[in-house]
Write a protein that binds this ligand. Structure first.
Ligand code: APR
Length: 253
């Protein structure tokens, strides 16, 4: 992958780098992107029919089973070279803010210290009634029996059903997380978007906020996105191939 000198200079000079990742960042770790997550076992469901509060209220066992399956896939996966390159970038630039739309913990497991999870996490379930966090058993859970339905655990304090700690369609993001992400978009001088279709708001608004505040936009995606006309550089490739090349080009040896 050839990295143009202008991009290398931009990366070397950045004072505050905002990295925004999407499902494509975890694809090479074997975690299906959101829309692919409905392959095989789940192909007969539409994502929006599983990722909503109504779906959980209507059929908690089906929804909890799907998220238990996704959490198992995430725990079976390993960070890929793209995750590791992002973690390494933090040691190369004065300031790096990492914002992800992903609900896995691969950035953390690759060594990124502080990750803003705009859409929550598979590893932070909570009680649907009292909102207390619920501790899941450590380690990789077994394939849910029967592969599809799994009754959610009950809250030890109030008996409410435990729900996944992700932001569902129709739900608001955690204000403090979104505020921090928007503040970083206004303050950064370089916004690097990685593996996101840039279609789902408010996450998809962050690159525009950065650009309007004067930041350069750089995009890594093998396919076209709405950012194509806005990005100063678009690297048409995958995270695991492009990000290590970017790091090596800007900071060789
Ligand atoms: N490297 C880089 N990009 C990739 C790779 C890869 N190996 N594989 C796929 N992509 C790109 C695709 O081209 C696409 O643009 O990653 C993007 C994945 O798009 P989505 O599946 O829509 O994921 P994302 O943009 O993160 O979706 C945002 O929407 O589905 C909801 O809440 C869900 O967090 C998700 C949000």
């Amino acid at each position: 992958m050839r990295i143009v000198p202008a991009l290398i200079e931009t990366l070397r000079r950045t004072r505050h780098l905002l990295v925004l990742t999407g499902a494509g960042a975890s694809a090479e770790s074997g975690i299906p992107t959101f829309r692919d997550a409905l392959t095989g076992l789940w192909s007969r469901f539409d994502a929006a029919s599983l990722a909503t509060p109504d779906a959980f209220a209507r059929d908690p066992d089906l929804v909890w089973g799907w998220y238990a399956w996704r959490r198992m896939k995430a725990l079976q996966a390993a960070p890929n070279p793209g995750h590791r390159a992002i973690a390494a970038l933090a040691a190369r630039v004065p300031r790096l803010t990492l914002v992800t739309q992903n609900v896995d913990d691969l950035h953390e497991r690759a060594g990124s210290p502080a990750v803003l999870h705009l859409h929550g996490s598979l590893h932070a379930p909570r009680c649907v009634r009292c909102a207390r966090p619920f501790d899941l058993a450590p380690g990789v859970p077994d394939e849910p029996e029967g592969g599809r339905r799994l009754a959610p655990p009950r809250c030890p304090q109030c008996g409410g059903a435990i729900r996944p700690g992700v932001v569902w369609f129709g739900e608001s993001l955690v204000p403090a997380v979104l505020d921090a992400a928007e503040a970083a978009a206004r303050a950064c001088d370089l916004c690097l978007t990685v593996g996101t279709a840039s279609l789902v708001y408010p996450a998809a608004a962050l690159p525009g906020i950065a650009r309007d505040a004067g930041a350069a936009l750089v995009q890594v995606n093998p396919s076209p996105t709405p950012l194509d006309g806005m990005a100063r550089h678009t690297l048409r490739g995958t995270c695991a191939e492009v990000l290590p090349a970017l790091l090596a080009a800007a900071w060789p040896g």
